[in-house]
Design a protein around this ligand. Sequence first.
Ligand code: NAP
Length: 246
Amino acid sequence: MRFQNKIVLVTGSTRGIGKEIAFAFAKEGATAIIIGRTAEATDRVRDEIIDIGFAAESFACDVTNLANVTEIVNKILDKHKRVDILVNNAGITKDNLLLRMSEDDFQSVIDINLRGVFNCTKIVARAMLKEKAGRIINISSIIGITGNVGQANYAASKAGIIGFTKSVARELASRGITANAVAPGYIQTDMTAQMKSQVQEEILKRIPLGKLGTAQDVAGVCLFLASEQASYITGQTLIVDGGMAI
Ligand code: NAP
């Protein structure tokens, strides 16, 4: 129970990697705050966590909307007085080749994946600064490091997260707050289930460990980065990709 009494806000925790991260923290004693766009989806995950005997709360919140983020974080602070750990995980893909990519598809991916990280970090960091403590974990992607055909929007947003994390780490370090990024490779979730099986087979050939990752693989790294063992690590990007980017 490494995170007993800790308040952990996980954006995009209604399914996939974010849901697994929320469960992992809750199972170690934290109160997991579930964030997604609809109350229906967030309440469902909250109830699943409570049903197995752990603590969770849920809020519908669109991370692209700063006013909405501010309102929800204020509600959390009114009740708990602090947020100990922020995991910026909400993200989408809208893949297309550059010349076919619409301005909207570029902008919406940047808005959710990058502006969402800015919005949540800005508002939560204010409370962490008062506490002189906090852990910020931003979910980037291996695509933000290597780039990928058909993912110029996604790669730009995920590379942006890495630069953002380094800057925030420098700004907040003197106040006892760390900020790190996690760059998963191909993880089995709804996002990768959309890929054609032929594409999946090609990807498998490029992964030295010979399998897609699991959401648990990513959650385990988030637990580590939020733990005491990682207290001297900040501004880093931890790659969780089965060796694909070696
Ligand atoms: P997913 O299954 O598609 O889940 C995405 C989550 O983001 C959902 O909970 C969704 O909630 C939430 N979300 C989307 N837009 C939102 C918004 N505007 N405001 C609040 N929440 C929003 O995705 P995943 O595969 O678990 O990926 C999670 C993160 O890991 C993403 O940042 C992704 O880029 C990154 N990643 C994934 C992989 C992979 O292989 N899967 C690899 C590298 C990195 P609602 O729809 O309920 O609002």
